[in-house]
Write a protein that binds this ligand. Sequence first.
Ligand code: 5AD
Ligand code: SF4
Length: 483
Amino acid sequence: MNDLEKVIDGIDLGLPAPFAEPERQYYFIKKGREYVTARSKELGRDLTCSIQTFGCQMNVRDSEKLAGILEQMGYVRTESEHADFIIYNTCTVRENANRKVYGHLGLMKHLKEKNPEMKIALCGCMMQEQHVVTTISKSYRFVDMVFGTHNVYKLAEIFVSRIESGSMVIDIWKDAKEVVEDLPAVREFPFKSGVNIMFGCNNFCTYCIVPYVRGRERSRNPEDIIAECERLADDGVVEIMLLGQNVNSYGKNLEHPITFAELLRRVCAIEKIQRVRFMTSHPKDLSDELIDVIAENQKICRHLHLPVQSGSTKILNAMNRRYTKESYLALVDRIRAKVPEISLTTDIIVGFPGETEEDFLETMDVVEKVQYDTAFTFIYSKRTGTPAAGMENGSTKEEIQDRYNRLLRRVQEISDVKTIAIKGQTQPVLVEGFDEKGDGLLTGRLSNNILVHFPGCAEMVGKILNVKLVECKGFYYMGELAE
Ligand code: 5AD
Ligand code: SF4
């Protein structure tokens, strides 16, 4: 039994639920566990749970927290959607993310008819939109629980409330009340973990729904972040990914302000942590201090995701990005001058309202000049409630699709050239496990995030080993152990 299990075990359910967090949640975890144990006995089998995660690394991390709570409640994890408790942790950044969730729900209705034990929960960004919750509560009555991005930590309490009330529970908060520390989490990988350093976003890019569904920017205290990283390191984690919508503005609003660069220094100082990554950087806030810290510190992975969104200063203005084409390119030059081996990746939106062929060619020009290792390309998707939703789009669907195709083609050509350029080199790889094809090969990641497959054995998983990059297969490598 670990320390947390001992605390939960010692709780007296005869007393009323405490008000303070996280103790209140420990109380409901124990209550949930009593229910799960009793139902398991009646059914003569374990109760299973499954979490389906959509969207970004923040959601992946939230799902690990949900999994930690479910595990403490006695549910057994399964990958399949045939589970006794299924959670959809949703994304709403683009319209097709929403469509996928409704698609799954259609299937769930049938599964639930076959398994009356089944509970369905919806959470995450999509649930922070009023029209979604209205649709769910009217047309998807078989859903049991609906909660948002600010109260993920309350899963056990919401679950108990569903069991006790016998009806759908909807619990959505407009904004966060507090950052609750010290709740259980189950890591997807034993040797690497995401760590939230901040929540929310204050940038209000005009196309983006994130500030409306994730609320205002809040940084965690550096002491709490370092303590979490140290705990993870003691538990075998060698790679940490620091997570925030805009990590470069970390710490500005703390009582004792600290820069993201300083936080990175402190995380790198933890001896057992061998690799540090971070996501996402907004170009307008990326400081020279940060570039220096990356250059000085080999533990920081040689990969920077620097979303440009558009190469046209006019469109960047309309997007409220607060940098210009020229200042972005100058920033890239400063980064490359100090860290020449760094891999640069980006996000690009095509078809933002008002984008002309000339604006698009500016984007192509940035792609040409920067030579990104990878670029994630998106067709603009109108999000209700954002300022851009009210802007006129002068281009036709066909024009936008044509621009998108041209961009994608060029991005892939450049990416292929960049990937093949390191052929023959020997580089450290963090071994993640056996690859999914079942051909017995291990798979791992280079510091710059490129995947490598190579022959090896199970004992190598979780270690950082030197691998020679023998054959380039497009976006990944086949390699062999160098030692
Ligand atoms: N339409 C298309 N792409 C979007 N992104 C965010 N909002 C939208 C939208 N409304 C993209 C941006 C961001 C990435 C996570 O998703 O490129 O960087
Ligand atoms: Fe959205 Fe802009 Fe915030 Fe990124 S920085 S989450 S694109 S508003």
